[in-house]
Design a protein around this ligand. Structure first.
Ligand code: MG
Ligand code: ZN
Length: 229
Protein backbone atom coordinates (compact mmCIF):
# COMPACT_ATOMS: atom_id res chain seq x y z
CA UNK A 1 0.00 0.00 0.00
CA UNK A 2 2.79 2.42 0.94
CA UNK A 3 4.60 1.56 -2.28
CA UNK A 4 1.52 2.38 -4.34
CA UNK A 5 1.08 5.80 -2.76
CA UNK A 6 4.77 6.67 -3.27
CA UNK A 7 4.47 5.74 -6.95
CA UNK A 8 1.36 7.90 -7.26
CA UNK A 9 3.13 10.80 -5.58
CA UNK A 10 6.07 10.56 -8.02
CA UNK A 11 3.73 10.44 -11.01
CA UNK A 12 1.77 13.43 -9.67
CA UNK A 13 5.02 15.42 -9.29
CA UNK A 14 5.93 14.44 -12.87
CA UNK A 15 2.54 15.69 -14.04
CA UNK A 16 3.25 19.14 -12.58
CA UNK A 17 6.52 19.42 -14.54
CA UNK A 18 4.83 18.07 -17.70
CA UNK A 19 2.21 20.80 -17.44
CA UNK A 20 4.97 23.39 -16.96
CA UNK A 21 6.57 22.14 -20.21
CA UNK A 22 3.26 22.43 -22.09
CA UNK A 23 2.77 25.96 -20.81
CA UNK A 24 6.26 26.83 -22.00
CA UNK A 25 5.97 25.27 -25.49
CA UNK A 26 2.35 25.94 -26.47
CA UNK A 27 2.58 29.77 -26.50
CA UNK A 28 5.70 29.45 -28.66
CA UNK A 29 3.69 27.47 -31.19
CA UNK A 30 5.74 24.33 -30.67
CA UNK A 31 3.86 21.03 -30.97
CA UNK A 32 5.44 18.06 -29.25
CA UNK A 33 5.29 14.35 -30.04
CA UNK A 34 6.43 11.59 -27.67
CA UNK A 35 7.69 8.69 -29.84
CA UNK A 36 7.76 5.27 -28.18
CA UNK A 37 8.50 1.69 -29.24
CA UNK A 38 10.41 -1.41 -28.25
CA UNK A 39 14.16 -1.34 -29.09
CA UNK A 40 14.87 -1.70 -32.80
CA UNK A 41 11.42 -0.86 -34.20
CA UNK A 42 12.98 2.07 -36.05
CA UNK A 43 12.20 5.26 -34.10
CA UNK A 44 15.45 7.00 -35.01
CA UNK A 45 15.27 5.92 -38.66
CA UNK A 46 11.66 7.14 -38.88
CA UNK A 47 12.76 10.51 -37.50
CA UNK A 48 15.71 10.69 -39.92
CA UNK A 49 13.52 10.04 -42.96
CA UNK A 50 10.88 12.46 -41.62
CA UNK A 51 13.37 15.28 -41.08
CA UNK A 52 14.79 14.79 -44.57
CA UNK A 53 11.32 14.96 -46.13
CA UNK A 54 10.14 17.97 -44.15
CA UNK A 55 13.28 20.00 -44.78
CA UNK A 56 12.21 23.55 -45.62
CA UNK A 57 8.60 22.89 -44.53
CA UNK A 58 8.86 22.54 -40.77
CA UNK A 59 11.61 23.32 -38.28
CA UNK A 60 12.09 20.05 -36.39
CA UNK A 61 13.81 19.61 -33.05
CA UNK A 62 14.53 16.28 -31.40
CA UNK A 63 15.21 15.31 -27.81
CA UNK A 64 16.72 11.85 -28.01
CA UNK A 65 16.53 9.53 -25.03
CA UNK A 66 18.90 6.60 -24.67
CA UNK A 67 20.38 4.75 -21.76
CA UNK A 68 23.90 5.44 -23.12
CA UNK A 69 25.62 6.93 -26.24
CA UNK A 70 24.91 10.01 -28.36
CA UNK A 71 24.65 7.95 -31.56
CA UNK A 72 20.97 8.73 -32.19
CA UNK A 73 21.25 12.50 -31.69
CA UNK A 74 24.27 12.45 -34.03
CA UNK A 75 22.20 10.69 -36.71
CA UNK A 76 19.30 13.13 -36.20
CA UNK A 77 21.61 16.12 -36.51
CA UNK A 78 23.14 14.68 -39.70
CA UNK A 79 19.61 14.28 -41.14
CA UNK A 80 19.17 18.06 -40.86
CA UNK A 81 17.23 18.72 -37.66
CA UNK A 82 17.01 22.36 -36.55
CA UNK A 83 18.41 21.21 -33.21
CA UNK A 84 18.96 17.87 -31.48
CA UNK A 85 19.96 17.00 -27.97
CA UNK A 86 20.73 13.66 -26.36
CA UNK A 87 19.58 12.63 -22.91
CA UNK A 88 21.44 9.67 -21.39
CA UNK A 89 19.44 8.14 -18.57
CA UNK A 90 22.37 6.02 -17.29
CA UNK A 91 20.24 2.96 -16.76
CA UNK A 92 16.74 4.38 -16.37
CA UNK A 93 14.28 2.67 -18.71
CA UNK A 94 12.05 5.68 -19.51
CA UNK A 95 12.18 9.47 -19.78
CA UNK A 96 10.64 11.72 -17.12
CA UNK A 97 9.38 15.29 -17.46
CA UNK A 98 12.24 16.83 -15.44
CA UNK A 99 14.71 15.40 -17.98
CA UNK A 100 12.81 17.11 -20.79
CA UNK A 101 12.70 20.40 -18.89
CA UNK A 102 16.49 20.24 -18.43
CA UNK A 103 17.03 19.39 -22.13
CA UNK A 104 14.77 22.27 -23.23
CA UNK A 105 17.04 24.77 -21.48
CA UNK A 106 19.85 23.64 -23.80
CA UNK A 107 17.93 23.58 -27.06
CA UNK A 108 17.47 26.52 -29.44
CA UNK A 109 13.68 26.70 -29.79
CA UNK A 110 13.58 29.70 -32.12
CA UNK A 111 13.40 27.69 -35.37
CA UNK A 112 11.40 24.76 -34.07
CA UNK A 113 7.73 24.17 -34.92
CA UNK A 114 7.64 20.45 -34.20
CA UNK A 115 9.53 18.79 -31.36
CA UNK A 116 9.99 15.03 -31.26
CA UNK A 117 10.92 13.29 -28.04
CA UNK A 118 12.41 9.87 -28.82
CA UNK A 119 11.76 7.83 -25.70
CA UNK A 120 13.81 4.88 -24.43
CA UNK A 121 13.09 1.66 -26.36
CA UNK A 122 10.58 0.05 -24.00
CA UNK A 123 6.85 -0.62 -24.33
CA UNK A 124 6.14 -0.71 -20.60
CA UNK A 125 6.83 2.26 -18.32
CA UNK A 126 7.29 5.11 -20.86
CA UNK A 127 3.50 5.01 -21.29
CA UNK A 128 3.02 6.05 -17.64
CA UNK A 129 5.13 9.22 -17.84
CA UNK A 130 3.69 12.43 -19.26
CA UNK A 131 6.54 14.42 -20.84
CA UNK A 132 4.47 17.50 -21.64
CA UNK A 133 3.75 16.21 -25.16
CA UNK A 134 0.71 17.08 -27.27
CA UNK A 135 0.44 13.62 -28.75
CA UNK A 136 1.93 10.13 -28.52
CA UNK A 137 3.11 7.92 -31.34
CA UNK A 138 3.86 4.23 -30.84
CA UNK A 139 6.05 2.59 -33.49
CA UNK A 140 5.85 -1.16 -34.08
CA UNK A 141 7.61 -3.16 -36.78
CA UNK A 142 7.04 -6.33 -38.76
CA UNK A 143 10.21 -7.94 -37.35
CA UNK A 144 8.81 -8.09 -33.83
CA UNK A 145 5.96 -10.21 -32.52
CA UNK A 146 2.49 -9.35 -33.79
CA UNK A 147 1.23 -9.71 -30.20
CA UNK A 148 2.61 -6.34 -29.03
CA UNK A 149 -0.75 -4.52 -28.72
CA UNK A 150 -2.25 -7.47 -26.84
CA UNK A 151 0.74 -7.71 -24.47
CA UNK A 152 1.28 -3.99 -23.84
CA UNK A 153 -2.25 -2.55 -23.96
CA UNK A 154 -1.48 0.58 -21.88
CA UNK A 155 0.99 1.79 -24.51
CA UNK A 156 -1.62 1.48 -27.26
CA UNK A 157 -4.44 2.84 -25.10
CA UNK A 158 -2.51 6.05 -24.32
CA UNK A 159 -1.14 6.66 -27.85
CA UNK A 160 -3.00 8.59 -30.53
CA UNK A 161 -1.01 7.25 -33.48
CA UNK A 162 0.51 3.85 -34.37
CA UNK A 163 3.17 3.60 -37.06
CA UNK A 164 3.83 0.10 -38.42
CA UNK A 165 7.39 0.14 -39.81
CA UNK A 166 9.42 -2.29 -41.98
CA UNK A 167 6.47 -2.97 -44.26
CA UNK A 168 8.93 -4.08 -46.98
CA UNK A 169 9.82 -7.15 -44.87
CA UNK A 170 6.21 -8.35 -44.58
CA UNK A 171 6.60 -11.09 -47.26
CA UNK A 172 9.54 -12.61 -45.33
CA UNK A 173 8.17 -12.69 -41.78
CA UNK A 174 5.25 -14.32 -39.97
CA UNK A 175 3.64 -11.05 -39.00
CA UNK A 176 -0.14 -10.80 -39.10
CA UNK A 177 -0.61 -7.10 -39.83
CA UNK A 178 -4.41 -7.34 -39.79
CA UNK A 179 -4.30 -8.95 -36.35
CA UNK A 180 -2.03 -6.16 -35.03
CA UNK A 181 -4.34 -3.47 -36.37
CA UNK A 182 -7.42 -5.24 -35.07
CA UNK A 183 -5.94 -5.68 -31.57
CA UNK A 184 -4.70 -2.11 -31.46
CA UNK A 185 -8.08 -0.73 -32.54
CA UNK A 186 -9.91 -2.90 -30.02
CA UNK A 187 -7.78 -1.35 -27.28
CA UNK A 188 -8.04 2.14 -28.75
CA UNK A 189 -10.66 2.71 -31.48
CA UNK A 190 -9.37 6.27 -32.07
CA UNK A 191 -5.85 5.18 -32.96
CA UNK A 192 -4.65 6.60 -36.29
CA UNK A 193 -2.55 4.02 -38.14
CA UNK A 194 0.24 4.56 -40.68
CA UNK A 195 1.96 1.68 -42.47
CA UNK A 196 5.44 2.61 -43.63
CA UNK A 197 8.80 1.34 -44.77
CA UNK A 198 11.62 3.69 -43.83
CA UNK A 199 13.81 1.62 -46.14
CA UNK A 200 11.75 2.02 -49.34
CA UNK A 201 9.94 5.22 -48.38
CA UNK A 202 6.50 3.59 -48.75
CA UNK A 203 3.84 5.32 -46.69
CA UNK A 204 6.09 8.16 -45.57
CA UNK A 205 4.29 10.79 -47.67
CA UNK A 206 1.04 10.22 -45.78
CA UNK A 207 2.85 10.25 -42.43
CA UNK A 208 4.61 13.51 -43.25
CA UNK A 209 1.39 15.09 -44.53
CA UNK A 210 -0.26 14.24 -41.26
CA UNK A 211 2.67 15.71 -39.29
CA UNK A 212 2.45 18.99 -41.19
CA UNK A 213 -1.29 19.16 -40.61
CA UNK A 214 -0.78 18.33 -36.95
CA UNK A 215 1.82 21.07 -36.57
CA UNK A 216 -0.26 23.64 -38.49
CA UNK A 217 -3.33 23.03 -36.33
CA UNK A 218 -1.61 25.50 -34.12
CA UNK A 219 -1.71 28.94 -35.72
CA UNK A 220 1.50 29.91 -33.96
CA UNK A 221 3.33 27.09 -35.69
CA UNK A 222 2.15 28.19 -39.11
CA UNK A 223 4.15 31.38 -38.70
CA UNK A 224 7.29 29.38 -38.03
CA UNK A 225 7.19 27.37 -41.20
CA UNK A 226 10.46 28.01 -42.95
CA UNK A 227 9.80 29.66 -46.31
CA UNK A 228 11.54 28.17 -49.30
CA UNK A 229 13.46 30.94 -51.06
MG1 MG B 1 16.84 5.29 -31.34
ZN1 ZN C 1 11.09 2.79 -16.80
Amino acid sequence: MAKISIAQHILAANEVVAEEIRQMLTPRGIRTINVMSSPGAGKTTLLERTIERLQGKLGIGVIDGDIETTADADRIEAAGAADAIQINTRGACHLEAHMIRAALSEIDLSHIGLLFIENIGNLVCPSSWDLGEDTRVVVVSTTEGDDKPAKYPHMFATSQVMVVNKLDLLPYVDYDLDKVKEHALTINPHLRIFEVSCRTGAGLDAWCEWLVAFARDNAEVARKIVQEV
